[in-house]
Each structure stands twice: as C-alpha cells, then as structure tokens.
Design a protein around this ligand. Structure first.
Ligand code: UT7
Length: 344
C-alpha cells in the first residue's frame, strides 16, 4: 500500500537582531523608499556573529518536533546554502543537538528551492519505508555571505529558519503531500552564485576578485526567470493534483520580492488576498522562506484546516519546485488545535 508524507508539525526561529531599512541605509547605499517600493521589505533579521545556521535550525526543529507530538524523527534534512562549515553537512550536528543522534541526516542544496526539494526527498524516504518521521528544516544565514557594497542583495536577504515534521500516513488524508513538480537548469548557475570557495575557485588559492567570496544575483534576469519558472511549475503541480487555480485557498510562494508574488498571482488568476506574504518583516530568507511563512500564517490563523494550499519556490541553480496539500488540523502555537474550516 502506498504511503504519503503527512504534515504533522511546524516551527520557526528568527535571530533577535532586527535591521530596519533605515538602519540598513547606514550600512549600504540604499533608501527605505527604494527597498519598500521595489521589494515590499521593511525589515529583516540578521544573526549576530557567533550565531550559526545550525543554531537557528535547532531552534526551529525543536519547535516543530514539539508541536507534532511525534516524539522524534528517524531522519533530519537541512536545506541550506549557508552551512556551518563546507564539510561536514550541518544536518548531523542539528540531529545530535535535537537528541536525534543516530538518525539519518543530510543537507539539501537547492538555494531558495531547498525546502521544497527537501520535502520531496523526505516524502521519498517515507514512501520507501526508510523512515516513518522526517524532520525537514530550511535554514539560512545569508548575512554571512552578503556583500555590504552590493545593495541589490544586501537590501533583500535576511536570516532565519523554519521546520516541518512529516509523518507516514494515507495519501487522501489532510496534510498529505501530493506529487511534486521539480526542475532545474544549470545553464543559469551564474545568475545566483558565490563564485569562490568551492573546488572551482579555491579560497586557499589567489581569488581573482575579492568580491568573489560573496553572494551575487543578477536581479532583473532572476526576477523574470522566477516568475516564468514558478508559473509553469505551479500549473504542473495543479494538473497532477487535479485542481483548478480557483481551488487554491492559499498560495505560499518563496518570499523573494512582493512584486514577484503579485505578478505570479495575477498570471495564475489567484486572488491576491489568498497569497501568503511575510516578506515585509523578514525579507528573503532563502531556504527558510516557505516554512517560516507557513509557521507564521498557521500561527495568525491565515492558514486553516481544510484550506487547499499550493507551495512554490524558485532559486539558484537554477532550481524550482511546487507541491499541493490540504491543510491539516495542527497544534496551534498556543498548543490548541487550529480553528474552524475555511470560509475563503
Ligand atoms: O531568492 C531567489 C530568487 N530571487 C529572486 O527571485 C529575486 C528577483 N529579483 C528581484 O527581486 C529584483 O530584481 C531586485 C530586488 C533584486 C532588484 O530590483 P530591480 O527593480 O530589478 O532593480 P534593478 O536591479 O533592475 O536595478 C534598478 C536600479 C539600478 O539603478 P540604475 O542602474 O537604474 O541607476 C540599481 O542600481 O535600482 C538600483 N538599485 C538600488 N537602488 C537603491 C538596486 N538595488 C538598490 C537598492 N537601493 N537596494
């Protein structure tokens, strides 16, 4: 009998330090007006030096494990572009710190699509009966790789982590993840990249340009790809789920830019009031973006049991992916279960 991966718990964590647009303009050549109108971002959280990606991942993971009531996990997946170290992966340390030593643990690298890819990998582990409960964490500390002289990236990204606990269940029960649409195009690898520090341009050797150690993004071109790739991916995920665009109660899109969310909703014919957005307060948190948005939307009641939810992301690689699910009855942030069935 086929087994589905069913959403059973959520968690998230943000560093304490909030950096408003006004504060940011003291660090880089930008303005509050430009950032708000071009991206929708008003503030972001930056980790202080000494706070690693694993610290945020552990805090988010603890919260998801607790809220799931599952008592643990057999596998831990960490989607990240900013691992604690180039080697080893961050996931085994996170598993150990969560008291899950011995669990299968590995990192997933798909930049801002990482959480969707990790969910798909977790669903595969569950379907293959390799694991019954998988903790999936998206965590990034992009402030550690941003170039303060590059205002297009410095103004956009923030740090954070989000987590989901998936358990084995039935394909037709609420919370079961449907078939994923995933894709990639390596021809676009230069559009979102950190050039140095890997095997191709080693940091120990002379780096041709000191700025190569930092994250870069060809913003305008990436914007165009993001809209096109997510639109196509969403349409593929809707088709496999047998849903129409009008069936979508909540679109939870990777939070890269409010203008991308608006454009995507418009192209897909989805009412903007059904689009979940937290970008104003957290910025683009890369792999953490979708689980953070899910946890916050669940907490404030904008995601409710019975909602038909569509997740979609786009990121470096290039990579993209989408999946649908019906929102389950989950423990709310205060420990009670989530509210009544949706009205809109
Ligand atoms: O998360 C993974 C996927 N990422 C995305 O999907 C992000 C997609 N891209 C974007 O969200 C947008 O392209 C950005 C927010 C990154 C940039 O916005 P844009 O409207 O596409 O700006 P642009 O790069 O085309 O630049 C337009 C102008 C330029 O000035 P000139 O050459 O016209 O004089 C930039 O130098 O805006 C300038 N600019 C800024 N000005 C003030 C760029 N960034 C800033 C800034 N503050 N922070």
């Amino acid at each position: 009998m086929s087994r589905a991966a069913v959403l059973a718990g959520l968690g998230s964590a943000l560093p304490d330090r909030v950096v408003t647009n006004e504060e940011l303009t003291a660090l880089t050549d930008s303005s509050d007006e430009w950032i708000r109108t071009r991206t929708g971002i008003r503030q972001r959280h930056f980790a202080v030096e000494g706070t690693a990606t694993s610290d945020l991942a552990v805090a988010a993971g603890q919260c998801a494990l607790k809220s799931s009531g599952q008592g643990g996990a057999d596998a831990v997946l960490v989607a990240t572009t900013t691992p604690d170290r180039p080697c080893p992966a961050t996931a085994p340390l996170v598993a150990s710190r969560l008291g899950l030593s011995g669990a299968a643990a590995f990192d997933v690298g798909a930049v801002c699509t990482g959480f969707i890819y990790a969910l798909a990998a977790a669903a595969g582990l569950i379907a293959a009966r390799t694991a019954d409960r998988v903790l999936v964490i998206g965590a990034d500390t992009f402030s550690s790789i941003l170039n303060p002289r590059d205002r297009t990236t410095f103004a956009v990204f923030g740090d954070g982590a989000g987590a989901a606990l998936l358990r084995a269940g039935e394909p037709d029960e609420p919370g079961a993840l449907n078939t994923f649409d995933l894709g990639s195009d390596g021809e676009g690898r230069d559009l979102i990249t950190v050039r140095a520090g890997g095997s191709q341009q080693r940091l120990a050797a002379t780096v041709s340009d000191p700025d190569d150690q930092y994250f870069t993004m060809a913003g305008r071109e990436v914007f165009r790809h993001a809209v096109q790739r997510m639109e196509r991916s969403v349409r593929a995920a809707l088709e496999t789920a047998g849903w129409q665009h009008t069936d979508v109660d909540r679109l939870v899109c990777h939070q890269a830019n409010q203008r991308i969310l608006d454009r995507l909703a418009d192209l897909l014919g989805i009412d903007p009031r059904r689009v979940v957005s937290n970008i104003a307060l957290v910025g683009n948190t890369a792999a953490a973006s979708i689980p953070l948005a899910l946890h916050q939307a669940h907490g404030d009641g904008s995601l409710r049991a019975g909602h038909r939810v569509l997740l979609t992301a786009f990121g470096g690689g290039l990579t993209w992916g989408s999946v649908t699910l019906t929102w389950p009855r989950l423990a709310a942030l205060d420990g009670s279960t989530s509210g009544p069935s949706p009205e809109n």
